[in-house]
Ligand binder design. Sequence first.
Ligand code: MG
Length: 387
Amino acid sequence: MKNVCILGVTGSIGTQTLEIIRKEKDNFSLLAVSANTTYEKTIEIICEFKPRYAAITDKNNYEKIKEFCKLKDFKIEILYGMDGLITIASLPMVDIVVTSLVGMVGLRPTLSAICAGKDIALANKETLVVGGQLVMSEAKKHNVKILPVDSEHGAIFQCLQGNDMNDIDKILLTASGGPFRGRKKEELTNVTSKEALNHPKWNMGRKISIDSATLMNKGLEVIEAHWLFNMEYDNINVIVHPQSYIHSMVEYRDGSVIAQLACTDMKLPIQYALNYPLRNKNIIDKLDFFSIGNLTFEKPDYETFICLKLAYKAGEIGGLMPTILNAANEIAVDLFLKDRIKFLSIGDIVEETMDKFNVNTKDVTLESILEMDSQVRKYVNNKYNLL
Ligand code: MG
């Protein structure tokens, strides 16, 4: 029996993790959860799963949930804020932490979980984008497994099993291309957030859906793959594969390419990460090859979707540049979702901010990341949040 802590339990990955815990009751017990502003859903989860701890990052919601649990006489400790996240992620009884927070807020609790020796099922890619060097070296030091929950990285992780890392030539990261695949810049000038949120293959949270429309999501995944699999950027290639049955591939030096295929359902990479190294009975539908039709592959359009190009650039520069890229993107996406800026401005803002903060520091510490992140957020908000 593994005791699970889910950071970000009400989101898309969080609720899908709950489905697995519900179906695999003998394997997993939900010990701790975190939530932000969602009240009803958090209460439902607490009533059903009876976790011993909950960390709530929104003050108002924290008071309300605490009051509710007191009235019901639940045996649960309700904690508040970032300190609450850090506490539940490193509880002695926790075996594995599912990090499905949105954005770089996941970095500190993930690091504290690693230092406390917890295995990580990592769905929060921004953590590795900004703190990859730090996270991977701490994981090594504390002998902790970082189990990828991103579908592409989960696929690569599966393709690597039983092979020698030294035999890998390339990681082939597949991308669906998002809702605007095939369109040129001039056709994207006036697209709305509603159109951008309408992903053709995956049903995901709002931030990641916009990132998928700009291809920033793929860019962040390139940086994530660099850190997870210790691979040079030149050897991580993005391939647009609109049908999204192949979740990624690994090319070995003898010319063999190993791919992982499955239906597009995030429950599979979550289930694999939770049960690793074991496999359990399928929770998702199995593939029906006779109904798939053709699988096609295209080169990404780096000129239209400049975010992908910028992410490679930030990754190659290294240091704090991925933090700058990520912070600018988080604010720009937020402004786009509030209809304050146009879709194409997201990439332009990220590019301008990367030029502006052209720092060349290799000194990546938790403090320097947090400091740069807050500087960039302030800068982008002041400059572009004009309404
Ligand atoms: Mg992904």
